[in-house]
Design a protein around this ligand. Structure first.
Ligand code: SF4
Length: 414
């Protein structure tokens, strides 16, 4: 039975793609291999969002070529479109697939492998990732995504509902909805559809346990959508917003067309409607033109906001984007500011987790670990249990017993 290993880099959409490829490989008769030196096929789903992502992708490809020169290497996605790979890193025969070829990646690999009859019909993962949209029509001045992934394209509502139905029937309790710009869902379709329409359709499916939204653009988050996502108990109380900054001057330079005051109102409304929700955001530090006063504004906003966690990115110029040609903030300044914001974010995350000590929360069993069983609560807290009656993918109730700097401990609750 031919074996495969998939290495993913980058965003939730890449994770959703990898999820469905792995499912198709396994259903097509291939076997998952954890050891890179032994896999027959190595698929690398790449990311070129930051200079660091480029470096990590190239390093991994060089490592695979060294460890397993006999493997068939398939490299897909943004680094192929963005031209950031070097020919000397690639093994002879490596297959390069741009984003536009990802839809047929699983078929291409299966046709290259000598697979026996299709097999599994049980869930192979604990949580299902469902990609509903790709690409973006906006043009933030730092972002390479529109040029590597193209314009926004949505799958039809009918197709998504059918895919979700299959995932539920195969036993998945949680579905994570993914898109590059989820909030644009349906605007490209004829006739047009909307993200809230899609959500309403999904929430009517029998057997759906939890629906998690990967990321939302605050520019498209109106009161109606906030009410919908906070009212339905099957939508996970976990909302991640792509804010990027909180100084109006920097937001304008980024081409975001939004203000810190607008962000504040949205976060406040989410908090009022869903007091237990984890509220998170992406933030970019060291964007060209960011001055000390802008950074102070960002810090003040985060400290005073109901945000519970952050993904902090140090800005890195992407060739072909407007901001790459502007005067850059010194690297030492960028890393100093990033470290300060990350420390604040860690404090907020810890305070958030501590709020739930002793409380009963809904969770999905993620995996067994050497020291216990890892579960993820509906409001995005990773909890380690000493033991658990559920298998990977099962829905359980847990109680948080201890919050450490990195780890949260808990016990199964009845
Ligand atoms: S909205 Fe998001 S994906 Fe689209 S250009 Fe801006 S940062 Fe990039």
């Amino acid at each position: 039975m031919p074996s495969f290993l998939i290495q993913n880099f980058g965003c939730r959409v890449n994770q959703a793609e990898v999820f469905s490829w792995a499912e198709e490989f396994e259903l097509g008769g291939m076997r998952r291999e954890e050891d890179p030196a032994r896999a027959d096929f190595v698929v690398v789903n790449t990311c070129t969002l930051t200079a660091r992502a480029d470096r990590d992708v190239r390093k991994f490809i060089r490592r695979i070529s060294r460890l397993n020169s006999g493997a068939r290497l398939i490299i897909a996605g943004c680094s192929v479109d963005g031209g950031s790979l070097r020919s000397e890193d690639l093994t002879p025969g490596a297959l390069l697939l741009p984003n536009s070829a990802k839809a047929r990646l699983a078929d291409s690999v299966l046709s290259l492998s000598d697979t026996p009859e299709a097999s599994a019909s049980k869930p192979l993962r604990s949580r299902a990732l469902l990609k509903v949209q790709d690409g973006c029509d906006l043009s933030c001045t730092f972002c390479i995504i529109p040029s590597v992934r193209g314009r926004s394209r949505s799958s039809s509502r009918q197709e998504i509902l059918a895919r979700a139905r299959r995932l539920i029937d195969r036993g998945f309790r949680e579905i994570v909805l993914c898109g590059i710009h989820l909030s644009s869902y349906g605007l490209d379709l004829q006739p047009k559809d909307s993200f809230s329409g899609l959500l309403r359709g999904l929430l009517e499916l029998d057997g759906l346990g939890m629906l998690r939204l990967s990321s939302l653009d605050p520019r498209r988050l109106d009161d109606g959508l906030i009410d919908l996502i906070t009212r339905n108990p099957r939508v996970c109380p976990h909302f991640h917003l792509s804010l990027q900054h909180a100084s109006d001057r920097v937001l304008k330079l980024m081409g975001r067309g939004s203000t810190a005051a607008g962000y504040g109102r949205i976060l406040q409304r989410l908090r009022e409607r869903s007091p237990e929700a984890a509220l998170g955001a992406d933030m970019i530090v060291g964007f060209p033109g960011e001055e000390e006063s802008d950074f102070d504004r960002l810090l003040g906003f985060v400290a005073g906001s109901p945000l519970d966690y952050l993904h902090v990115f140090s800005y890195s110029p992407r060739r072909g984007t407007p901001a790459a040609d502007w005067v850059q903030v010194e690297d030492s300044e960028k890393s100093g500011r990033s470290a300060i914001l990350r420390t604040l974010a860690e404090d907020k995350r810890r305070t958030f987790r501590e709020r739930f000590i002793g409380k009963k929360l809904k969770a999905i069993v993620v995996r067994k670990r050497a020291r216990g069983v890892e579960v993820l609560t509906s409001n995005y807290i990773d909890v380690l249990l000493a033991s658990c009656s559920g298998r990977a993918g099962a829905e359980v109730k847990v109680r948080i017993t201890r919050v450490g700097p990195r780890q949260t401990d808990g016990e199964e609750a009845v």
